[in-house]
Design a binder for this molecule. Structure first.
Ligand code: BGC
Length: 272
């Protein structure tokens, strides 16, 4: 592993504050050890192309390689994101992934492939929880809704620091359409929408979410949030709205944090 130059204070048990996060995305599967004190990578991130087709077994094999490469302590918590509904470790939907995932006990599959205990969570829940804990919504009280705008729209609903998992607000039906089909970043790219045109669609989307939940803050994430200055100010809602801060680290950091919390017996966030 690369030497990041980070040194532990004398007597500090760095292993206790480090967990490993893996983010399963459409084009790459990425993993990194996370310093849970600061909410950042503790060492360099490794990436392997997502296998095609991205069946559960093929993805598990890639995760095995990532963990092997990382040479983790045996007791390190490992958290994994999946872009789908995950309840008690089982994947229950497949809007943008191989249909073979539906019904897969991902906790069991990854635990056996990695030969260690693994905690599996929805990708937006992981990213959103990390933004609340370390990023754009740090210290925000009340209700925070984090959305990720990518191939689909992911959502994380966090109230007073507590995550309500699997909210799937990207699939709200608005004007007879699945919301993410019209308002995700992939819809902007596919239809070659201008920022203004896309922002009109996003306004319809976020006004619906606002009407249903009255949040205190919206955090807008996903790769396109790097370009927030092009479109965020064009979205016309009353709720304060800020871009995500952790960028593409959010999923890995959140997965690692949730895995560590589960290991410590804190409220298992996906077992509500
Ligand atoms: C899926 C969600 C996921 C989101 C972002 C949606 O299509 O249903 O589970 O969080 O895409 O990847």
């Amino acid at each position: 592993m690369a030497d990041t130059g980070k040194r532990a204070a004398p007597g500090q048990d760095t292993r206790a504050t480090h967990a490993f996060g893996i983010d399963f995305g459409g084009s790459g599967i990425k993993g990194a050890p996370v310093d849970l004190g600061g909410g950042d990578f503790a060492d360099e991130r490794h990436r392997i192309d997502t296998p095609q087709p991205a069946t559960p077994e093929a993805v598990a094999e890639v995760m095995r390689e990532l963990v092997e490469e990382a040479d983790l302590p045996d007791d390190a918590a490992v958290g994994v994101t999946v872009p789908a509904v995950v309840r008690r470790g089982t994947v229950l939907s497949a809007a943008n992934i191989d249909p073979a995932w539906i019904g897969t006990d991902a906790d069991k599959l990854f635990t056996s492939a990695l030969e260690r205990s693994v905690h599996v969570v929805n990708d937006a829940d992981a990213a959103g929880y990390a933004e609340v804990r370390y990023g754009a919504a740090k210290d925000q009280s009340g209700l925070v809704i984090v959305t990720t705008l990518g191939t689909g729209i992911g959502s994380a609903l966090v109230f007073q620091g507590h995550l309500v998992p699997n909210t799937e607000l990207g699939h709200l039906e608005i004007d007879g359409h699945d919301a993410e089909k019209r308002a995700a970043n992939s819809a902007r790219e596919k239809k070659d929408l201008s920022w203004e045109e896309w922002a009109e669609r996003l306004t319809v989307y976020y006004r619906t979410v606002e009407m249903l939940f009255s949040p205190d803050l919206f955090v807008v994430g996903g790769g396109v949030s790097k370009k927030a200055d092009r479109f965020l100010h064009l979205i016309d809602v009353q709720t304060p709205m800020v871009p995500a801060e952790l960028g593409n680290r959010a999923g890995i950091v959140g997965a690692a944090l949730l895995a560590q919390q589960e290991k410590e017996g804190l409220t298992p966030p996906t077992a509500l």
